[in-house]
Design a protein around this ligand. Structure first.
Ligand code: F6P
Length: 320
């Protein structure tokens, strides 16, 4: 029987993680559980940095970006000794089940907690990249695309005034979801994503068709095989002698107050994660597809690559 559950956030922070923490504390309390926050992701699990959460600790955080539980990318957890230390801490603190909020790196670790040490664990999708199979959206994605779109709109203004060519790089590691959505939303002339080969000649033709002295905004996913926005800009310069401006939006996309969509998703998945642990589920990610809660084996979330829908790529190119 579950009496004491722990929760941590891990990997890149994502807006909505605080709404998620709040929901887990609230729902856990209503179900008669004690909810413990692990501070600093897997690093905090190894060092035993645990803290009991209550209404006061989770008050006034629903609208805040980042994560009050802090986060880390922890190498130590990915060797077996690190995991043994982490499990000793979980057992010493009487933890009956764990909720791991993060991306695929977080889920790899969570999967090992279950398979190697039989610690019941469920994952929840917290990453701006939206790259996890088994959920339509991840916590943080909606905020990130809105933040990126606002920044791109501003760059468009100056690009338009000067008639300049801009390459704007957005985050997403190996996934083009952010690039594709903001490319469409901001009327980009071209969108380059890691999932498809970027044809530099075709891109040049697009730029020419637009008019060399006209505004041209090209959105580039950071994982694009030509080396992101800087790589593409250099290639265009080398091959065609055409100069351009490069803007890398970077970590601005990870911060800020979460959108309503992200707050609601984070709250719903938090409640569902608590109930999943109580129901005896483990080694699964709690997601949402077509408005229904899904339970997806953790391994499937990274083994089955989630594709950027082809209709989006078609839309992006037909709208130019
Ligand atoms: O996974 C989220 C993400 O923001 C990716 O889009 C990006 O590639 C990566 O994290 C950056 O990580 P870090 O902040 O550790 O450099």
């Amino acid at each position: 029987m579950m009496k004491r559950i722990a929760l941590f956030t891990s990997g890149g922070d994502a807006p909505g993680m605080n709404a998620h923490i709040r929901a887990i504390e609230r729902v856990g309390g209503k179900r008669g559980l004690e909810v413990v926050g692990i501070i600093g992701g897997y690093s905090g699990m190894i060092s035993g940095h645990f803290e009991v959460l209550d209404r006061i600790r989770t008050a006034n955080i629903i609208d805040r970006g980042g994560t009050v539980l802090k986060t880390s990318r922890c190498e130590e957890f990915f060797n077996p000794d690190g995991r043994v230390k982490a499990v000793e801490q979980l057992r010493a603190h009487g933890i009956d089940g764990v909720i791991a909020c993060g991306g695929d790196g977080t889920f790899h670790g969570a999967h090992l907690l279950w398979t190697e040490h039989q610690i019941p664990v469920v994952g929840t999708p917290g990453t701006i990249d939206n790259d996890l199979a088994g959920t339509d959206y991840t916590i943080g994605y909606d905020t990130a695309i809105n933040t990126a779109a606002q920044a791109i709109d501003k760059i468009r203004d100056t690009a338009d005034s000067h008639g300049r060519l801009f390459f704007i790089e957005v985050m997403g590691r190996h996934a083009g979801f952010i690039a594709m959505d903001v490319g469409i939303a901001c009327g980009a002339e071209y969108v380059a994503v890691p999932e498809t080969i970027t044809d530099i000649d075709e891109l040049y033709q697009r730029i020419i068709a637009q008019g060399v002295d006209k505004r041209t905004v090209v959105i580039v996913g950071e994982g694009d095989e030509l080396g992101g926005a800087l790589g593409i800009s250099k290639k265009i310069e080398e091959r065609y002698g055409m100069s351009s401006k490069v803007s890398v939006l970077g970590h601005i996309q990870r911060g800020g107050s979460p959108t309503v969509r992200d707050r609601v998703l984070a709250s719903r998945l938090g409640a569902a994660a608590v109930d999943a642990l109580i129901a005896g589920k483990t080694d699964v990610m709690i997601g949402e597809m077509a408005s229904a809660i899904t339970y997806v084996p953790l391994e499937d979330t990274w083994k089955n690559r989630k594709p950027v829908p082809t209709y989006l790529a078609e839309l992006a190119s037909i709208l130019v």
